[in-house]
Design a protein. Structure first.
Length: 475
């Protein structure tokens, strides 16, 4: 009998919830350490059965290599974010044991999303994740901006839920089932695609676009990224995106693979819009977290581009890009978490001025990561973009490749503007030195990873190609 990591994590989160009131001194640290241990054990359960494939719980969920790979990536990211939380100087409002418990529940929702094999189980999983994230975004109760961000996120999330349910109801009305297997069987027997089926899929894609911050459904992203506590913004910019892309790939490639021409056109619009808005919108930003929000939108557009062909190579390139994306984002946000002046967190871009003079090592590591995000060779970001562009060109989508390159050039401007500020601008008022050795080592690790990927890209190609096979063997 396979041990489901989600069940293990859910049970552990309930146990931690009961234990937390009895931990008086530094309870949030103890619960945080226990959460880290639980995540590590869940990772072991996933890796143990990474080549296992089975449909479970009466067809509601599926366990396969593709899902296990994305789950493993989420758990690695979750472990790193909890480690950041434990080692940085958090504000008093975040020093509560509930933070780690709610974080763990959100992770359970993400893992269930990736394994969902039915629209109903997908809906329940998405709501489990979303409700936890609403709480985390507004976790700083005394901070008006955090509360405002939480309300905005809740309203947009509720709208996303309604749109998803409406699309699901249309599909159920036509197919008579919400199971991916039944939908796939129904699609294979059709001579022509009913218009209402395409309309239902459009509603589902709009809902998922809100989750991944794809333009023009990105409106919540800059405000929520800026208003949420920085550790929560770190979470929002990474893990939910991996889960949502896992869902998007599983839905489009398997049950709706027969109408790739229809949903491919929708993805082209989403991709182009996201790349344009993500690159142009960031040019006028003065806050680092808002800039990272637009950076996320731009990266999402690039990833969506690889999904348009619906091919095995395209999914493989997405998996590779997600690995590089999470390391780049975690590296930048690790610096933002430690970005303080007089023990007060600051996020303005002008605060980076002259960082090289006071902290040359940190400045060098941050520059490497920013160069990688800009897609400058030979960094990891360049390799990820190059692989996706090759896929697009092989499928004769030359206009998409041209738009992608042009928007990448625009995006490179605002990344290089940050680097220019770090190395060449006169310091207005110096930031506090980062005395946290754990953060220094990890920042160096992220920079080294992004710098050295060029020497072993074949490892990631082979890894991601092998896990993608399980997704296409279902078809």
């Amino acid at each position: 009998m396979i041990i489901i990591p989600e069940i293990f994590l859910a049970i552990c989160s309930v146990v931690l919830l009961f234990v937390s009131p009895f931990l008086k001194d530094e309870g949030y640290l103890k619960i945080g350490v226990l959460t880290l241990i639980v995540i590590f054990l869940a990772q072991f359960f996933i890796l143990k059965d990474i080549f296992y494939s089975q449909i479970i719980f009466n067809g509601f969920f599926i366990v396969d290599s593709f899902g296990s790979f994305l789950k493993s990536l989420i758990l690695i990211g979750a472990g790193l974010i909890i480690y950041f939380y434990l080692t940085i100087n958090n504000s008093q409002s975040l020093r509560r044991p509930e933070f780690s418990i709610i974080f763990l529940i959100a992770v359970v929702g993400m893992l269930l999303m990736i394994s969902s094999n039915d629209l109903l189980s997908l809906f329940m999983s998405m709501e489990l994740q979303s409700l936890s994230l609403y709480i985390l975004v507004s976790f700083s109760r005394d901070d008006f901006i955090s509360s405002e961000a939480g309300v905005k996120y809740f309203i947009i999330g509720s709208l996303s839920t309604c749109i998803f349910l409406f699309g699901t109801s249309l599909i159920y009305g036509l197919v008579g089932s919400t199971s991916f297997n039944e939908i796939s069987l129904f699609m294979s027997e059709l001579y022509s695609t009913p218009t209402m089926l395409i309309v239902g899929l459009i509603f589902i894609l709009v809902s998922l676009s809100l989750k991944i911050s794809a333009a023009p459904f990105h409106m919540w992203t800059p405000d929520v990224y800026q208003g949420a506590p920085s550790i929560v913004t770190t979470l929002l910019s990474t893990l939910p995106k991996i889960a949502a892309f896992g869902v998007l790939i599983r839905i489009l490639v398997y049950p709706f693979g027969e109408i790739i021409v229809d949903w491919g056109k929708i993805l082209i619009i989403l991709s182009i819009t996201s790349m344009l808005i993500g690159s142009l919108g960031a040019l006028l930003q003065t806050d680092l977290k808002r800039l990272m929000a637009y950076s996320t939108i731009n990266h999402v557009g690039f990833i969506l581009m690889a999904l348009i062909p619906g091919s095995e190579d395209g999914i493989t390139s997405i998996c590779i890009y997600l690995i590089f994306y999470i390391t780049m984002n975690l590296g930048v946000f690790l610096f933002i978490l430690n970005m303080q002046r007089d023990q007060v967190n600051v996020t303005s871009i002008k605060d980076l001025s002259g960082l090289y003079r006071s902290q040359p090592l940190i400045a060098g590591c941050l520059a490497i990561i920013l160069f990688s995000m800009a897609g400058i060779p030979p960094m990891a970001g360049f390799i990820g973009k190059l692989i996706i562009l090759n896929i697009i060109i092989d499928n004769n989508l030359f206009y998409l490749a041209i738009i992608a390159v042009l928007t990448s050039v625009i995006a490179a401007f605002y990344y290089i503007r940050l680097i220019k500020s770090i190395f060449f601008n006169e310091p207005i008022e110096e930031l506090d030195n980062i005395n946290n050795n754990n953060s220094k080592y990890m920042l160096c690790g992220f920079a080294l990873f992004n710098l050295t990927v060029v020497f072993y890209p074949q490892f990631f190609l082979n890894l991601c190609a092998s896990v993608t096979l399980s997704l296409f063997s279902v078809k």
